[in-house]
Ligand binder design. Structure first.
Ligand code: CAA
Length: 699
């Protein structure tokens, strides 16, 4: 006879003879919010008090087993019962408890499994400890119980990488006891019966001894000290895993304290902002609603950008027609795409067979006429308005009605491009970032006449390509490049006024950027900025302090950066070294301009650079180019190597506060009142004591 008890709104118990099923039902991902925690604790306690069931099996409804603690509760006052206490109740249960995990058992979800007396995985299961990606560490016994099941090195690997481990590997490592192909409910009933029949052994994880491995702990601690000194939680993970040698209560106490301490850090706040921000950018009404079908994509241009975009589409399983004007360009494009896909194979992203299938979906063609049957065209040719206008005029006649016409322009006016067609409603900007098959950002640029279903299709495409789509309005450079154009001048001013390019790079790398701005310039090619400066020379504000003197002179020597063997740095064997010729150029420019160089501390470099970024980012929000501060933040995290643990420029701005930022800008304005101006929105925030987070909430 089946008997169902609703413990609370998220947890129910179903008894069938000697078997009790505890069923978790908390969509979308069964996170262990307060109601789930309370329900689990009450269910285990009730079943033990009653003493009628001989075995308990826990499973979850919906798309996944528990995917972790409820992240929305982080940063708020904790509500009892605490997750580690609930899991101790489960582990201490007199009645054996088994867990059946499907989907993604992550963080607190995986830890729930670890606290049970045996674990069943459903085919396709992935387990993981992703807390590190949120600036945290496993806080519900993961650092104590996983070493008992799978050893210290594997625990360190999982907890420090945050990677999702496939079920097969989890089985091999002894993390799960069985892997079955069944529904969670079927598997729970079967496994419970097997426990009753003595066919599935159960044991308390805390009763298993940890195999000591001091070397793994010491080596890892040393590696983290060298490479991740600026991060908080990785070091705490090692400390907590080391404590797994202690009895359960003591080890859990150390883990708990480390978890609570990590929760207080700005890194945790930044990383959780990034987690929700990544999802929030597509949570807007413009991203929803009707979309157009995209079964085939045309990409115009076989250069680095076009080939990267084509690769990205092929990786997502979308057939691509690649168009070039001449055979050699087309051949180069195909070669680049093939190389990109081979790279994906060597990185384990796809198999060799999948690569061959992807290449079969590529149709290289000459001339635009072949684009008559595609659903979306992405133009990725030179950044020249007349070339783009010519192409869009032709696409207007060639493409079928309803086809979406996109430009990958990084700066140009999408409305002007759209005006070359008699279907501006079908035109938008799809701005990819190089390398386009790797970088996750996609700016979706809305023209004045772009139809709503075209924008929604842009977001659907971003999702299909596994990219983060962010809505931007038309302006010079959209969100990212417009802000970049402004703050990169600060890097040049710092060098003119006394810092060396290397000091600027080192200071910003110390802040967390993967590469300083001069190294980025060398990598991208200094000729790109040089061309832009020349293009804009005629329209430059005469009151603006020119920032390009040093870079212009470097380019006049043909030192375009990495591809030329030298730029700000010299590239040979080993690490790049600062270019001594550049130091001479800097000295000459300073002398020419009558600048007496002064010393800058690393702190001042970071402050000036970040303040300039925040200033333009504020303006971008103020004039509506970006819908909300969080959109700017995600552009920088996914397109510009901004340190994720700092959450993005405007999340970071909140850690300084509008008032202090206004004070800084006012101080800097004493030297250059044209460049350093307080944006009215920032002034208003300073006056009213509000934050960018408030603007996110309000939008
Ligand atoms: N808490 C609260 N909400 C969560 C959540 C969590 N742990 N995980 C996902 N969600 C929400 C998302 O915000 C999203 O909400 P919206 O639909 O409102 O945007 C919804 O669930 C669906 O998530 P995704 O869009 O990400 O769905 P997906 O299918 O692409 O991915 C997933 C599913 C793999 C579980 C992914 O959401 C994910 O990685 N989640 C985070 C997992 C995690 O970090 N767990 C550890 C938490 S910390 C912890 O557990 C500490 C501890 O030790 C006690």
């Amino acid at each position: 006879m089946t008997d169902v008890t609703q413990v609370n709104e998220k947890i129910s118990i179903e008894t069938q003879g000697d078997i009790a099923l505890i069923i978790i039902d908390n969509p979308p991902v069964n996170a262990t919010g307060q109601v789930v925690r309370q329900g689990l604790q009450d269910a285990i306690t009730k079943l033990n008090d009653e003493g009628t069931a001989k075995v308990i099996a826990i499973y979850a409804e919906g798309r996944t087993f528990v995917a972790g603690a409820d992240i929305t509760e982080f940063g708020k006052p904790p509500q009892p019962p605490a997750l580690p206490d609930v899991y101790n109740v489960i582990e201490d249960s007199e009645i054996p408890v088994i867990s059946v995990m499907h989907g993604t058992a992550l963080g607190g979800g995986f830890e729930l499994g670890l606290a049970t007396h045996a674990r069943i995985g459903i085919k396709g299961l992935r387990v993981g400890l992703p807390e590190i990606l949120l600036g945290l560490l496993p806080g519900a016994g993961g650092t104590q119980r996983l070493p008992r099941l799978a050893g210290i090195p594997f625990t360190l690997d999982m907890a420090l990488s945050g990677r999702q481990v496939k079920a097969e590997e989890a089985l091999e490592k002894g993390v799960i006891d069985r892997l079955v192909d069944a529904t969670p409910r079927e598997a729970a009933l079967q496994a419970a019966q097997d426990v009753l029949d003595g066919k599935l052994a159960t044991r308390r994880t805390c009763d298993v001894d940890v195999e000591a491995d001091d070397k793994a702990l010491e080596d890892t601690a040393a590696m983290l000290k060298a490479k991740q000194a600026h991060l908080y939680s990785p070091h705490k993970i090692v400390e907590a895993v080391a404590a797994s040698a202690l009895p359960r209560t003591e080890g859990l106490k150390i883990e708990r304290q480390a978890f609570v301490d990590s929760m207080q850090t700005p890194q945790r706040a930044g990383l959780i902002h990034a987690f929700f921000g990544e999802r929030a950018v597509s949570g807007i009404p413009e991203a929803k609603g009707d979309t157009r079908e995209i079964a085939k994509i045309g990409v115009i241009g076989g250069g680095t950008m076009g080939s990267g975009i084509a690769t990205s589409c092929l990786l997502a399983g979308i057939p691509v027609r690649l168009v070039e004007v001449a055979q050699d360009g087309l051949d180069r494009g195909v070669a680049t795409i093939t190389k990109n896909l081979e790279g994906a194979v060597s990185r384990g992203k796809m198999s060799a067979d999948q690569k061959d299938t992807a290449l079969k979906m590529l149709e290289p063609s000459l001339g635009l006429d072949v684009l008559s049957d595609v659903d979306l065209v992405i133009e990725a040719v030179f950044e020249q308005m007349d070339v783009k206008k010519d192409i869009f005029g032709k696409l207007n006649t060639v493409c079928k009605p309803g086809a979406i016409l996109a430009s990958n322009t990084s700066y140009l006016d999408v409305n002007e491009i759209a005006a070359c067609t008699d279907r501006p409603q079908d035109v938008l900007g799809l701005h990819f970032f190089s390398p386009a098959h790797v970088m996750r950002l996609l700016e979706i640029v809305q023209g004045a006449k772009t139809a709503p279903d075209v924008i929604a299709t842009g977001f659907a495409l971003a999702k299909k390509l596994k990219k983060v789509g962010v809505l931007a309005q038309v302006c010079d450079g959209f969100i990212g490049n417009r802000i970049l154009a402004h703050y990169s001048k600060t890097a040049s001013y710092l060098v003119l006024d006394g810092a060396s390019p290397q000091q600027v790079d080192d200071a910003l790398e110390g802040f967390g950027f993967a590469m300083g701005p001069h190294k980025v310039g060398d990598l991208a090619g200094l000729d790109i900025g040089w061309m832009t400066r020349k293009r804009k020379a005629a329209t430059r504000d005469p009151n603006e302090r020119y920032a390009g003197d040093v870079a212009d002179k470097i380019c006049e020597n043909g030192w375009f950066g990495r591809k030329a063997g030298q730029g700000y740095y010299i590239y040979g064997q080993g690490a790049p070294v600062p270019n001594p010729e550049v130091a001479k150029i800097i000295d000459d420019v300073r002398a020419e301009k009558g600048i007496t160089p002064r010393a800058f501390s690393d702190e001042e470099i970071v402050e000036r650079y970040m303040t300039a970024m925040i200033v333009e980012a504020t303006r971008v929000v103020e004039d509506g180019t970006a819908k909300r501060p969080v959109d700017v933040d995600m552009v920088f995290l996914f397109g510009y190597g901004f340190p994720r643990f700092r959450g993005g420029p405007l999340h970071y701005a909140d850690t300084i506060g509008a008032k202090d930022l206004v004070a800084r800008i006012t101080e800097y304005a004493k030297e250059d009142a044209n460049y350093w101006q307080v944006p009215p929105l920032l002034q208003k925030m300073a006056d009213e004591g509000t934050t960018f987070a408030d603007l996110n909430k309000g939008a």
